[in-house]
Design a protein around this ligand. Sequence first.
Ligand code: AMP
Length: 445
Amino acid sequence: MENKASVMVQSYELGRLLGQGTFAKVYYARNTVNNQSVAIKVIDKGKITKTMLIDRIKREISIMRLVRHPNIVYLYEVMATKTKIYFVLEYAKGGELFDKVAKGRLNEDVAWKYFYQLIHAIDFCHSRGVYHRDIKPENLLLDENENLKVSDFGLSALVESERRDGLLHTICGTPAYVAPEVISRKGYDGAKADIWSCGVVLFVLLAGYLPFHDSNLMEMYRKIEKADYKCPSWFPREMRRLLSRMLDPNPVTRTSIAMIRQSSWFKKGLRSMNVRSGTKDDAIAAVSDGNQEMDRPPTLNAFDLVSLSTGFDLSSLFEDDSRKKETLFTCRKPASVLLSKLEEIAKLVRFRVQKKEAGLLRLEALTEGKKGVLSIDTEIYEVTSSFYLVEMKKSNGDTLEYQKILKEDIRPALQDIVWVWRGEHEQQQQRKPWPRPRPNDRSSV
Ligand code: AMP
């Protein structure tokens, strides 16, 4: 694959360079099978985080592969060679939103539309435990209908540790969009950090310039930490109030997405923005398409299932050996059914459920094995309220012991609630052709 990378990456024909970020180059490309335009982001493996973040990156990428929202750039496929990772993305034909702002500030109803779509996209991902952490102009793109597309959801963690070491800010530009708690490298809440960045975006859309700006970087940090900014005279009062809540330097008191949705400026847009231009209608139509998608289980097709099979095995991206230790499956039962099944299995194999928090269940053997107490972490990710991605991974003990118990006890016991095991699709494909279990069939839910 790599030999031909200048022209072809698997079935994609690479075209012009669309843009270049700190860690990646993005090319226009065409899928030679279906002629679809895509954008391919190429990242050098040497530049990505090699820390414990990898687990989170894998989880977030897996989730982003399974969810779809009209205001989020869709991730079609991930491919890897020894040295590079290729993310095949939905192509945002309209380019960067901020190229528009560079030509002059936007009027209120247009700014409202983009902000409205941005908040919906952020809310959608936050509700699935995925945080952007790097909302900035380059990540806000437009499609051919001038709808906002947020890019890089789930991918920003790839470069997070580098981004947070502070040093790179001076090399790669200003931290103009970054929340104060991120700059000061305190542990931070991804949701609150994203809200701060959305506040900066809102300011820029309506002002045409940055709220925190100084040629001296230290002075700029100081301004960010104190939320020292001035609104131009044309900012509406209600919008100023919302902005001050978003640009609160204290993440604890900073507003939430739910409160933004309740704010008078946000709601005013829904009632009274310039309907003549069609702006409001377009914005709402685009977002409501997303709501429909959120309400139903994602429509998975053969391509999507590959994401759970070896074709999308992210462990190969990082050359770790996690594949040996982890097992991944999807489940289309309610959370309560899934949880009680896991508890039942724990009893069956004489394990105790040791920890249960934010989707993590640790199963621990009651007796000590060859290499200490065997424990299995089970992480449950909600894709929709009736669709879950579950990852089981040995966190302590003997690997052979773990594999045996998994094969002989756990997997058979889970069989009636598992929809698809990772890797199952490929095996099925070898045995018999499509169709697989019907993704749209809700009868089993
Ligand atoms: P990034 O590395 O994500 O900051 O991307 C660098 C630049 O490539 C962006 O600023 C965009 O101009 C362009 N780009 C990234 N993703 C896409 C996409 N999906 N469609 C079109 N252009 C993109």
